[in-house]
Design a binder for this molecule. Structure first.
Ligand SMILES: O=P(O)(O)OC[C@@]1(O)O[C@H](CO)[C@@H](O)[C@@H]1O
Length: 306
């Protein structure tokens, strides 16, 4: 069973507005509230593609209850660690005249007792084959927490999937995660390496594998994505779309990829599905209905980077 861990969930408030002026009452055109957080988004899209997963995370206050209730209404198994006296954050994504404004808040404080509760929960899981960890850490949790989680995974033989932007990612590769999903900006920030051409991609992949990553899915938004399994590197282009909101796009891309790749299916199709899904989400508010994915897949091209 795949488990997703969202250490810092959020209600996403997705707003569409033609006017966004300072010192002005901006009456918006559309607003969509969705129960989210990066790992939760992965679970949603996995289910869309027929793969079940279970959801873990820290939740608190009215907003935490809203997220957990919504997820339970959709019949997911979610095991929340409830944080006392703290409210799960609400993040705001504004789309106005082709521009995106992303207001991502910190998240409630998680004390050491609650941190331990989650670690004990992971330790107690006997059905967990893969743990997909996504997103930022909330207040009160130090980066060293990742090490504690990953040590438990190693001991229990749980395969690790990491989609985190933390600088600690570099140090975490020694736990040999099955897959990491950085984007090109994170590669620059965390590893100080810039993607300029195919040679730089080869260098980056070699470096990441050298540090311990078994597989790397590197996303680059409208520029496409690369996947490396240490033996080969593939590139997949991206469909041309009109961007509405890039929120949830990377998480959905990862889930689409996992839905094929973890099942041992064709790698080229998995990459096309990942690219098509990320693009279709980026032209929607929140995750959207993913209805254009099949059409986009037909238009995509894969090439091997030699
Ligand atoms: O602060 P993090 O965890 O990095 O990002 C959280 C978040 O912005 O990412 C998701 C989209 O990818 C949203 O659903 C959510 O609000």
């Amino acid at each position: 069973m795949i488990y997703t861990l969202t250490t810092n969930p959020a209600i996403d408030m997705n707003i569409n507005t033609k006017t966004l002026k300072p010192s002005h009452v901006n009456r918006t055109d559309e607003v969509v509230y969705t129960p989210n957080g990066k790992g939760i988004n992965v679970s949603f899209v996995l289910r869309h593609y027929g793969i079940e997963s279970k959801i873990l995370g820290f939740f608190g206050g009215f907003s935490g209850h809203y997220i957990v209730d919504e997820i339970r209404k959709r019949d997911y198994v979610i095991e929340p660690v409830w944080i006392d006296d703290e409210i799960t954050r609400i993040n705001i994504f504004i789309n106005s005249n082709g521009e995106e404004y992303k207001l991502v808040n910190k998240g409630g404080n998680v004390n050491s007792e609650k941190q331990q509760e989650l670690l004990d929960m992971i330790k107690s899981k006997d059905d967990c084959t893969h743990l997909s960890i996504s997103g930022s850490l909330p207040a009160g949790i130090d980066e060293s927490y990742y090490h504690e989680i990953l040590k438990i995974c190693k001991e229990k033989g749980i395969e690790i999937i990491l989609d985190i932007s933390s600088k600690e990612l570099k140090e975490l590769l020694k736990y040999e995660p099955l897959l990491i999903k950085p984007n090109d900006d994170e590669i620059k920030e965390v590893f100080g390496m810039e993607i300029t051409d195919e040679n730089s991609v080869k260098e980056v992949m070699k470096h990441l594998h050298g540090l311990g990553a078994k597989n790397v899915l590197m996303t680059m938004g409208a520029k496409g994505l690369y996947f490396s399994n240490k033996e080969k590197i593939w590139f997949c282009d991206a469909p041309k779309i009109t961007l509405l909101s890039s929120a949830c796009s990377g998480d959905s891309c990862l889930a689409a990829f996992l839905s094929e790749w973890l099942m041992g299916k064709d790698i080229e199709y998995a990459l096309k599905k990942a690219s098509a899904t990320g693009a279709n989400v980026a032209e929607s508010m929140a995750i959207g209905d993913l209805k254009k994915v099949d059409k986009y897949i037909e238009s995509l091209n894969i090439k091997e980077v030699k």
